[in-house]
Design a binder for this molecule. Structure first.
Ligand SMILES: [Zn+2]
Length: 473
């Protein structure tokens, strides 16, 4: 189905049509989590919005290639792993597993590629070599810095240029991964080894050390999506300096346009304020599940706000979501009964229907700058106009498919708590146990493989400290 999809471009500040450069596959890169602790619901707002965007594209008939990296080496991961007395790999694997469990709970599609920075050190070194050769980077005492003044276009995404660059070229070199957002500095590409890095260093032409955080996304997007690709996305806080730095490195290295479309997602507020551990309003998905809420209720809250506006999260908003999901679910059950259908279609089957019937206004809202709250409103309007009791079986069957098409675009499964409380088949239990043993033996690849195999057949494994649970996705 050829539906036009438009989305605001943060670079031009205007809505633009979303269409693959190569006419075939829309290639997009999302800055992923830094795996040094549990991700909070503010992090997940961004990832759920990106997931919904991908679903809308695929429902609109556009093939995608979705890359989301894992930051598994930076100041924070090194500092925290040392504090825990764990190897960097063991430490980040633990938090990566937790993150992946939450993604499955939130019904997020798995990105096609999830590269980790530690596995791409050589790619990063090669980029630095090119940047030095071209005069965009310089070595200083075993570290290498990007020279901001060597790239006159620096700052055009965040328009930092208007604020600060006029004052003159960058004065200082900064080797912190997350430097003060108001300082305009030559940023670090390679950090010379320091005693506090412990065992976390790699050889390079400039001596032992490790890459700076900003470089990893440039290196991995180049590797998996090419010099120029369709879209880059992240939370609005990444616009400066992270994305500015990525643009500078990538464009100087390749001499080509880095990205065609920039997609930024606004912050989540909690109880009207910024989420902070010190304010006691810091929530993770597991916190909310322990309070009796479901991940789907959380996903619904994310969808209830437009991604370009602040979304104010409260526990009451989860209760409102519960009621909304219950209404959507009752309609689904009534339709299924009328249509004599016993099992809901999986995502791929649902989206391939390619039509939304009376839910077309809702789907159109999604295609217009990803207006999820408008889409939800239009679904309820459509539901109100349909009397399921009077539908013929064939009509109900068609409506059922069209309804699931728009639910697939939103990533809603309408699973109620009762549906989840069921017996676990013996073969699933055996696989989950095998995975737990592999994990205990630190056979990460095998443990990942089994988790993915379980997810494929619809089961979610969640690891606790001493044990794990298996639930239907
Ligand atoms: Zn990034």
């Amino acid at each position: 189905m050829a539906t036009t999809v438009t989305l605001q471009d943060s670079m031009t500040r205007e809505p633009r049509e979303v269409a693959p450069i190569d006419g075939e596959t829309y290639r997009f890169y999302c800055c992923g989590p830094t795996v040094y602790g549990v991700a909070h619901i503010g992090n997940f707002r961004t990832f759920v919005v990106q997931d919904t965007f991908r679903r809308v594209l695929e429902c609109a008939g556009i093939a995608t290639k979705h890359v989301r990296n894992v930051t598994d080496v930076d100041d924070k991961t090194i500092r925290e792993s040392q504090a825990q007395g764990q190897s960097l790999r063991d430490f980040t694997t633990h938090w990566k597993d937790k993150f992946n469990n939450d993604c499955v709970s939130l019904n997020m599609l798995k990105p096609h590629i999830e590269p980790g920075a530690v596995d791409h050190i050589d790619h990063q070194i090669r980029m630095i070599e090119v940047l030095i050769e071209k005069g965009n980077a310089y070595e200083k005492e075993g570290s290498v810095y990007f020279s901001v003044k060597s790239y006159p276009d620096y700052g055009r995404l965040s328009r930092v240029a208007d604020r600060e660059l006029r004052l003159g070229a960058a004065q200082t070199a900064n080797d912190s991964d997350e430097y003060d957002k108001d300082s305009l500095a030559d940023f670090v590409l390679w950090k010379g080894r320091k005693p506090e890095d412990g065992d976390n260093y790699w050889p390079s032409p400039w001596g032992e050390g490790r890459p700076g955080w900003h470089l990893e996304c440039s290196a991995m997007s180049l590797e998996y999506l090419g010099e120029t690709f369709d879209m880059h996305s992240g939370g609005v806080d990444l616009m400066f300096p992270h994305h500015e730095n990525e643009i500078a490195q990538s464009e100087c290295c390749s001499g080509s346009t880095f990205v065609h479309h920039w997609f930024h997602i606004t912050h989540l507020l909690v109880d009207g304020g910024k989420m902070a551990k010190s304010s006691g309003n810091f929530y993770t998905l597991v916190d909310l599940e322990e309070k009796g809420y479901t991940a789907e209720e959380m996903r619904y809250v994310f969808l209830s706000g437009h991604y370009r506006h602040h979304l104010n999260f409260t526990l009451d908003s989860l209760l409102a979501s519960r009621q909304a999901i219950s209404r959507l679910s009752r309609f689904e059950k009534a339709l299924a009964e009328r249509a004599e259908i016993s099992e809901a279609p999986a995502y791929d089957a649902a989206r391939q229907i390619g039509e939304a019937g009376p839910f077309q206004p809702a789907f159109k809202a999604l295609c217009r700058d990803l207006n999820t709250p408008d889409a939800l409103g239009k679904i309820f309007t459509a539901i109100k106009s349909i009397d399921t009791e009077t539908l013929a079986q064939a009509t109900a069957a068609k409506l059922y498919q069209q309804y699931h098409f728009v639910l697939a675009a939103l990533g809603l499964k309408l699973v109620t708590k009762d549906d989840a409380a069921e017996d676990i088949p013996e073969d699933i239990k055996a696989m989950a146990e095998e995975r737990w043993q592999a994990r205990a033996a630190k056979e990460w690849a095998e443990s990942d493989r089994l988790r993915d195999a379980l997810a494929e057949v619809g089961w979610l494994v969640q690891d606790g400290k001493e044990d794990y649970t298996v639930t239907r996705k």
